[in-house]
Design a protein around this ligand. Sequence first.
Ligand SMILES: *Cc1c(COP(=O)(O)O)cnc(C)c1O
Length: 227
Amino acid sequence: MRGIMADATGSAPRLEEVRNRIAAAAKAAGRQPEDVRLVAVSKTFEAPDIIPVIEAGQRCFGENRVQEAMRKWPELKARYGGLELHLIGPLQTNKAADAVAFFDAIQSVDRPKLAEILAREMTKQNRRRSLYIQVNTGDESQKAGVSIADCDRFIRSCLETLKLPVVGLMCIPPVGADPSPHFRLLADIAKRHGLRRLSMGMSSDYEPAIACGATDVRVGSAIFGSR
Ligand SMILES: *Cc1c(COP(=O)(O)O)cnc(C)c1O
């Protein structure tokens, strides 16, 4: 299993390298390194792999499944202060209540039904979570995210009708495509809605994402190793 196979001693230096590369990419783009948040994607990894990364100072983590996160993180949250968890994977409506209870941010809001349920749950639980709307910038049929054609209307309804605390947008460009046009498209959509945060860029493309304005990069394998 992961905890035994993975090289736990390697993740701290890899984290350091990712941090340095984020800072360099930010400076190259004329931006401040602090303006780019690293979301360390710990999906499929267990506590023995995650702890060295926390102990190296990382506090913001991304998980793609509600149940996996709820199994792994309570103990870590009890042991370490200041942790912030982002849900970055698709969210089913029947897990929305758990997601609102457990995550500090939900980056995968992508359809009206889910938006309505999140609005209701946040009211019911008296919790406001930072939300990102996921846009399917490649209009890929198998991929989560609101389509390009529907995104303006959906974003407006989240902000104006549901009054959701939407802070930004998220995208995952198609595999094998040049990601930069997708990043620029996401930045344009965010700009016309006055949204400040852009969650874009993963292990293979966080540097071009930062050049295009990413405020949140979601990096997994470059820190934790291959899954
Ligand atoms: C797994 C995942 C990542 C991290 O991917 P890496 O290539 O390992 O950096 C980022 N975003 C989402 C939505 C993911 O599911």
